[in-house]
Design a protein around this ligand. Structure first.
Ligand code: ATP
Ligand code: TYD
Length: 239
């Protein structure tokens, strides 16, 4: 598969066209960003760690019946994916309250949410990714009711699978963000699942092992991602 024209350059990944119209090359760069791009930095090995972390998780989800865009890794920091028609929406599930939820509703940090809380955000950096609801999605025609239902169903199914996976690694899956798109009429999981888009706390110490280490200047960002990978049995190749 040949790497062709750059299609889109996001804050952490670059998407390239390939010689197949339905396949994209997803390159994980070393760039880290937070606060809608207001804080940016390059972190050594981030691209490699996230590419291989994402491959492990999306492969595991596929084995559990969740259809994703992931095809295969082709280098330490690049993967091939199906080209999706992305919804401009982020699906967030929270098992514990933290981050923007605590700021918005004044609830205690770490509060257990039972049932887990589902939220939609609009993918728009210029607007600061605002919180939206299903009515916004329908009125602005960002997705149909059946697509909304499918995104919610899949996001909760991912929660069941990954909560258990991380629990076995002595980690709490606090919250995470997923993005979906359409492929041949079906709703597929796209983008990535890495410590960049979720929160993971050590079960005993509640130490943060995710992108909050970058957001809050806690240090050892990539070392923490590698610690999570190690606990999951993912062998990361940094060559
Ligand atoms: P954020 O960091 O908030 O996710 P971004 O747009 O800067 O935003 P990147 O991860 O750097 O994100 O870039 C990846 C881009 O590619 C995103 O816009 C994402 O929606 C899009 N994308 C992910 N998977 C696919 C896919 N299979 N087909 C088409 N576009 C995709
Ligand atoms: P949230 O608490 O809303 O974000 P923050 O405190 O960073 O403002 O985010 C909930 C989870 O979803 C968290 O793990 C980060 C992830 N997320 C993203 O990765 N990108 C996003 O644009 C959003 C809205 C959330």
């Amino acid at each position: 598969m040949e790497k062709q024209k750059l299609l889109a350059q996001g804050k952490a990944k670059s998407m390239y066209e390939t010689d197949s119209e339905s396949v994209l090359l997803m390159e994980f760069r070393d760039d880290a960003s937070a606060f809608d791009g207001k804080k940016m930095s390059a972190l050594n090995n981030k691209g490699k760690v996230n590419n291989q972390f994402n491959a492990f998780i999306l492969d595991l989800l596929a084995k559990q019946g969740i259809e994703t865009h992931f095809i295969e890794t082709i280098s330490t920091h690049e993967s091939l994916v199906k080209k999706l028609d992305m919804f401009p929406i982020e699906c967030v599930v929270r098992n514990r309250a933290t981050g923007s939820l605590c700021r918005r509703l004044g609830v205690e940090d770490g509060l257990i949410l039972d049932p887990p809380l589902f939220e939609f955000f609009l993918k728009d950096d210029a607007l600061g990714d605002p919180l939206i609801n299903e009515n916004h999605i329908l009125s602005f025609k960002w997705a149909s009711q059946s697509d909304i239902d499918e995104m919610k169903r899949l996001t909760f199914q991912v929660n069941e699978i990954l909560r258990e996976l991380f629990d076995k690694a002595n980690l709490i899956l606090v919250d995470y963000k997923l993005e979906f798109g359409k492929f041949e009429g079906r709703v597929l999981l796209g983008d990535e699942f890495t410590p960049d888009g979720c929160r993971l706390w050590d079960k005993d110490t509640l130490e943060k092992l995710d992108k909050d280490r970058f957001r809050q200047d806690l240090g050892d960002v990539i070392e923490s991602y590698q610690e999570v990978a190690n606990r999951l049995g993912i062998e990361i190749n940094l060559d």
